[in-house]
Ligand binder design. Structure first.
Ligand code: CA
Length: 262
């Protein structure tokens, strides 16, 4: 009992500072999570960690049983392995989306990005790639549950020295001199930059797929034009990030999409 061997697993500072409000120790004992995973050891680890955080957990090792369970007791979020025996994860998402908008966080074990894109297109909300850190998975889960609890209630966001007010449709950059803040100047965004930024800010901490951005910004048929997104994202970073080549808030998920990190 004399020494505690690097005993920091429970309070990773990375997770503690990521959110905008201190939501570290969960108290959501009423939130139900459905876990769908066919690897018994991983399923068990997920159940233990989720229950330790106060979630109610139901679990299933295959897609059909998971769909039946979701219909019987609708969950607040689904953690879904893509590689399942019988019905695969993407098909489970498509069938869920027939009747529910419950947040779905995909656990992907495959190297390629094709299956993740397929899952996002089918209606998944976010993904983690195995092997994943439990803290990262829990942070993503909290972000999805938070989104569901308070749909786009926030209107003012910060990116570096910039303040974005969605209601007023304004961006201002704080100016500093040697003695600290010395004023502010307006930042002008193009119409496309605005719409792209709005979509990202409405889902703080969450992946927004390239496919969704393209279809919301340019309509159906634009799915293969991800260079549009790169172009406008570069403009947003140039105008908003303190260090545009090393963005801290407007992040790229290579091959997948973009994420606003507060
Ligand atoms: Ca599997």
């Amino acid at each position: 009992m004399s020494s505690t061997p690097s005993d920091t697993a429970g309070d990773s500072p990375r997770v503690g500072t990521a959110g905008c409000s201190g939501e570290s120790p969960p108290r959501h004992s009423t939130e139900r999570v459905l876990v769908v995973e066919d690897e018994p050891a991983l399923l068990r680890a997920l159940e233990i960690n989720l229950r330790a955080r106060g979630y109610q957990v139901s679990s299933s090792g295959d897609g059909r049983a998971a769909l039946a369970e979701a219909a019987r007791r609708p969950p607040d979020a689904v953690l879904l392995d893509l590689g399942l025996p019988g019905m695969d994860g993407s098909e489970v998402i498509r069938r869920l989306r027939g009747w529910t908008a419950v947040p779905v966080l995909v656990l992907s074990g495959r190297a390629g990005s094709g299956d993740k894109i397929g899952a996002l297109d089918a209606g998944a909300d976010d993904y983690v790639t195995k092997p994943f850190s439990m803290e990262e998975l829990l942070a993503r889960l909290r972000a999805l549950l938070r989104r569901d609890a308070q749909p786009s209630s926030r209107q003012v966001f910060a990116i570096g020295h910039c303040t974005i007010d969605l209601a007023a449709k304004s961006v201002t950059r704080r100016l500093d001199d040697d003695r600290g803040p010395s004023g502010a100047e307006p930042v002008r965004l193009t119409r496309t930059e605005w719409r792209m930024l709005e979509i990202l800010l409405h889902s703080p901490g969450q992946l927004v797929s390239s496919g969704r951005l393209l279809s919301e910004l340019w309509g159906p048929g634009a799915e293969d034009r991800s260079y549009y997104l790169r172009f406008h994202m570069a403009g947003l970073r140039r105008k908003l990030e303190d260090d545009p080549p090393r963005p801290r808030h407007l992040l790229t998920e290579p091959g997948m999409g973009y994420r606003y990190q507060s």
